[in-house]
Design a protein around this ligand. Structure first.
Ligand code: PMV
Length: 317
């Protein structure tokens, strides 16, 4: 068995998080940060996963969520050679940028270099379920596919052809949150107040439809306005927090066309759309002055397909 490398991209959800868990479509974009996994035959016969930057070193039988996720990816009863995996990511974990899905997809790709896109996503979902309980699948779909993706639980992932480029500014609040508990909280709210929450999901669905068209015609002002509307609806789902609202306000005050939390909320990241690079610097400087980690990522039809992950084989190490 050769040494193999799998890669996958991180993501931002531009429209539709949370509602997507309840069957509404959502739109996400692959970004130029992600994860990598390097797989080599294990010399001691043990399946082992190491993530040096997080001081993780587990074997598949350990009592650790990453070990359980690793076990799920390896598959029950598959008689294969034991592997040693070295994984890394330049995404902050637990911040809504799809770090866990990117790592799962990278690992599956490295382990199964010839797997189809559908197989990769399917196996990565086993990994995702360990961390997220009831994931919609959008993170794994974007991690595997990259680019602009329209996703729904029923129809799966469809590529969106983005016209022009999107200059996205992303900032991490540094406040940790659990996607699993945020998703459970929204589900509980939906059960308790279905007549209020149902229409919010429907409105988010309308934003997703308009947002998809705006992306395809390159109408960034419309995209930005829809991001603002989506953020307000996420506030009504009680997944925003004052810190995220403040980060969005700063971005808007510094010229963003729109801003919203991205991912599960409760902490994690916000994403803002800048009309040009100068405004993007202005926005990230504003966040930097608050002591936040921020970066700019450019998404376009060309750049995102270039970030599409694919397995690579190293001749030797
Ligand atoms: O894992 P996160 O924080 O990017 O959240 C994913 C988006 C949710 O809609 C909140 C959950 C899901 O599974 O779709």
């Amino acid at each position: 068995m050769d040494v193999t490398i799998g890669t996958a991209c991180g993501k931002v959800i531009l429209f539709g998080e949370h509602a997507v868990v309840h069957g509404v479509p959502a739109i996400g974009l692959g970004i130029d940060r992600g994860a990598q996994a390097k797989v080599r035959p294990a010399s001691d016969g043990l399946n082992r996963l190491r993530i040096a930057q997080w001081a993780i070193d587990v074997t598949e039988t350990d009592d650790h969520s990453l070990a359980r996720a690793f076990r799920a990816v390896l598959g029950e009863g598959e008689q294969a050679q034991a592997i040693d995996v070295e994984a890394s990511s330049d995404l902050p974990p637990g911040a809504g940028l799809g770090c866990s899905a990117a790592m799962g997809v990278a690992l599956v790709r490295a382990r199964h270099p010839n797997a189809s896109l559908a197989e990769v996503v399917d196996r990565a979902m086993a990994w995702e379920r360990i961390f997220h309980g009831n994931p919609s699948g959008i993170d794994a779909a974007i991690a595997a596919q990259g680019g602009g993706v329209l996703f729904s639980r029923g129809a799966g992932a469809t590529p969106i052809r983005i016209r022009g480029e999107l200059i996205l500014c992303v900032a991490n609040s540094g406040i940790g949150s659990s996607t699993k508990s945020m998703v459970e909280a929204v589900a509980a709210l939906h059960r308790a107040e279905s007549s209020r929450i149902g229409p919010i999901f429907e409105e988010i669905g309308a934003i997703v439809a308009l947002g998809g068209r705006a992306l395809e015609v390159g109408d960034s002002h419309a995209v930005g306005a829809l991001m603002d509307r989506n953020h307000n609806l996420l506030k009504q789902l009680a997944v925003s927090i004052p810190e995220l609202d403040a980060m969005c306000s700063i971005a808007r005050g510094r010229g963003a066309l729109g801003a919203k939390l991205t991912g599960a909320g409760g902490g994690g990241c916000v994403v803002a759309l800048a009309p040009n690079h100068e405004v993007a610097s202005n926005i990230t400087e504003g966040w930097g002055a608050m002591g936040l980690d921020a970066f700019v990522t450019i998404v376009s039809a060309v750049s995102t397909s270039a970030h599409r992950a694919s397995p690579a084989v190293e001749a030797s190490l």
